[in-house]
Design a protein around this ligand. Structure first.
Ligand SMILES: *Cc1c(COP(=O)(O)O)cnc(C)c1O
Length: 719
């Protein structure tokens, strides 16, 4: 690929591959590539929060030409380029070895409203987006032909600023496209749009940006084009912000625009995956394509179903969008006409059989239009079959055709380099290529206790330093509010048992559960022999006032003198901070109200770093917890007061098990029993909760059958 000389004017020819590597997100999980950019300029690496494009744009021309002559740099550079070419040439992939009969030219189209791939592209709000990012990364690693489709939120999500009283203020995210691995895709005559669609009674041009994720291109749609009406230019400006009308139009653009953009690019998918209901209009558009081509509506529905896969991600009602028929008709126009059916028949696709009539449910539509439907953990599969049973009134819940594929996380992204290097020594340095085989992980048990513990302690110190540096930066920015930052990490001590709690501040995740009994908590935290400290992070959805209240409550305790600075809150939770936290705390805490956590993934990220989890038995923990890899809060004896029960169990576990295990040291100062838990947590996560295992299951259960055209059309009909 020719390099963009406007973007990188001083790059010497000998190392010009740096430009190509920097603009493919795969650098972020390739250890050699990370080393190269670090070596290029360590302080810029740090300052830019690991952003190679920003580094290449800021590093001095002298430094670049020095590197182009430095044998040590060049040796590493050449090794990195060899690996990069290997990836681009699709050599020796898992998919090609497993599925030699399936050609690469008809990929899986993977639609999602958000993608969390790197902190330089802030177009995600939380777990769903990060999962989509990890899915693409693992698909690339395995050589699964897959194309991502999402929206390009030109203003990102939002930056979190907390007022002195802990109330969250949402400011626009600072987002510089020039420093992001994004490239505009042009139409055939260099025009900046690829297709058009009608929404709100106007024609809207749709442009796209391409983000390369290893072998996987992700196309992000954008309406911010001169050709569009002023009001339409902002349609895709921000993620999940604005009223239901904007949201609906965003989803219309994602679904309909996404299909048309792929067609314009000449991509002909053989399987279509809607990751969450937001993308369900993608299926409607494909029905329209077929009916306008002369195929009867019922046959078109069947054909679309046979190649569609739908993953539902939450049992929480607010996570399932529905729109009034009037709003949908206003957004989409009379779509039923090209479908050749009545308005009523069209709206039936999204009508919930037992809920309020007159609304089009995205999840219901996706259920009706997909052959394969799955939840994201075993438990969530059970819960989803119950929730959606009304769509199959003649079936018992157990026979509702919804399965589960448990989530996983991208190991190379989430595991600290230091831990990965320990594994190199124990499992052989090719372990990443063998991680999908469970036997690979058996060797974890044999890791040297002292080496693992010391590595962990180093990562913990890195986290503490990071937090102190952030606190200093914030202090410099808001020196008048200096009291604001005392406690936000400055009082943390690396010798103290450190608990991490970081995720969206949705109320069901119960960040405030720990504070139900302040006196009991105080005894735990402010113990002179065996103290405990806790670090919180997370954003509340801008429209989620109860979530913001929980955040304010938790933040208040960081400033409560009774807790003596043992509680910290880190502002602006995003990928970079998430890495530091899951790698550097001692214990990961997760307290969802059962059964509302579909999966949860942050605990998997922690476990891959040997950080055990304490959690209610919900989501992934319901199938992962085995008594050795962490701790579990058992289900409440009485359903009436689960909060009180869960809080009591939580304190009890911390007092009687967690704290004693952590502080029980041998003569070398190593908590041997704790280290056994660390190893076991790592082993279980590696064997069963990586994104490669997850994508492997999607391939086996859904993608490969659809790609082979085996999707039979005569599945049980939905009422
Ligand atoms: C992993 C992750 C999440 C999701 O965490 P859960 O435990 O699933 O709630 C949210 N935000 C960021 C930045 C993450 O890395």
């Amino acid at each position: 690929m020719p390099i963009d000389r406007n973007r990188f004017p001083y790059l010497p020819e000998r190392i010009e591959g740096l430009a190509e590597v920097a603009t493919n997100v795969s650098w972020s999980w390739k250890r050699d590539a990370r080393r190269v950019f670090h070596l290029l300029d360590a302080s810029l690496w740090h300052l830019t929060r690991h952003n190679p494009i920003a580094i290449l744009r800021r590093v001095s021309p002298e430094r670049l030409s020095d590197c182009a002559r430095d044998p040590r740099f060049l040796a590493l550079y050449d090794r990195m380029m060899t690996e990069y070419r290997h990836e681009q040439d699709w050599l020796e992939t898992w998919f090609a070895a497993r599925y030699p009969d399936i050609p690469r030219d008809r990929p899986v189209a993977y639609f999602c409203a958000e993608f969390g791939l790197h902190n330089s592209v802030p177009i995600y709000s939380g777990g769903l987006g990060i999962l989509a990012g990890d899915h693409c990364k693992a698909a690339s690693d395995l050589g699964v032909p897959l194309v991502g489709v999402g929206l390009f939120y030109t203003k990102g999500y939002f930056d979190q600023k907390l007022r002195l009283d802990g109330w969250q203020e949402d400011s626009d995210e600072r987002f510089d496209v020039r420093n992001a691995p994004l490239e505009r895709v042009h139409g055939p005559s260099r025009e900046p749009w690829l297709t058009r669609l009608e929404t709100g009674g106007r024609d809207v041009h749709i442009g796209a940006w391409r983000m390369l994720v290893g072998r996987v291109p992700v196309y992000l749609l954008d309406t911010n084009l001169e050709q569009n009406h002023e009001e339409d230019r902002d349609l895709t400006a921000k993620l999940y912000i604005g009223g239901p009308e904007i949201r609906l139009r965003q989803e219309w653009i994602l679904g309909v625009g996404g299909v048309r953009v792929l067609r314009a690019l000449g991509v002909e998918p053989s399987a279509w995956h809607a990751n969450e209901g937001h993308a369900a209009f993608m299926m409607v558009e494909r029905v329209r394509e077929l009916t306008t081509g002369g195929i009867p509506f019922d046959d078109a529905m069947r054909e679309v179903r046979s190649r569609s896969i739908f993953t539902t991600h939450t049992p929480v009602p607010a996570g399932h969008d529905s729109f009034t028929f009037e709003d949908l008709a206003r957004c989409a126009g009379p779509v039923w006409e090209p479908l050749g059916v009545s308005r009523e028949t069209f709206f039936e696709i999204g009508t919930h059989p037992t809920e309020e009539p007159g609304r089009f449910h995205m999840t219901v539509a996706a259920l009706r239009l997909s052959k394969h439907v799955n939840g994201v953990s075993r438990r969530h599969g059970d819960v989803s079959r119950e929730i959606w049973a009304p769509l199959w009134p003649d079936r018992a819940a157990a026979r509702v055709p919804i399965t589960h594929i448990t989530n996983g996380v991208h190991a190379e992204t989430w595991m600290a380099r230091e831990i990965a290097e320990l594994l190199d020594g124990q499992l052989g340095s090719d372990w990443p290529y063998r991680m999908i085989e469970p036997d690979t992980w058996a060797g974890v048990d044999a890791l040297d206790d002292a080496a693992l513990w010391q590595t962990h302690v180093r990562l913990k110190v890195t986290l503490m330093n990071f937090i102190r540096e952030e606190a200093r930066r914030r202090w410099a920015r808001h020196w008048k509010e200096a009291t604001h930052v005392v406690g936000a990490g400055t009082l943390l001590n690396p010798d103290v048992l450190t608990i991490g709690f970081a995720r969206r501040f949705a109320t069901y995740k119960r960040a405030d559960l720990l504070f139900r009994d302040i006196d009991r908590l105080r005894l735990l935290l402010v113990n002179s022999q065996r103290p405990v400290q806790i670090i919180f992070a997370g954003k509340a959805h801008p429209a989620d006032t109860p979530g913001k209240e929980v955040l304010r409550t938790v933040y208040g305790f960081t400033r409560d003198a009774r807790l003596e600075g043992r509680v910290a809150f880190m502002e602006d939770y995003e990928l970079h901070l998430a890495h530091r936290l899951v790698q550097g705390v001692d214990l990961w805490l997760n307290l969802p109200r059962v059964p509302l956590e579909a999966s949860g993934t942050s605990g998997m990220k922690a476990a891959l770093n040997g950080v055990p989890q304490l959690s209610t038995l919900d989501g992934w923990w319901h199938e992962a917890y085995d008594g050795l890899n962490g701790w579990a809060i058992p289900p409440a004896a009485s359903r009436a007061t689960p909060d009180e029960w869960d809080a009591d169990r939580l304190y009890q576990l911390l007092e009687e098990q967690v704290v004693p295990a952590y502080y029980a040291r041998d003569e070398r100062g190593i908590p041997v029993a704790w280290v056994q838990k660390m190893k076991h947590a790592l082993r279980v996560a590696g064997q069963r909760f990586t994104a490669r295992r997850m994508v492997g299951e999607y391939v086996a259960q859904c993608y490969a059958p659809a790609m082979r055209g085996n999707g039979s059309a005569d599945d049980p009909p939905i009422a």
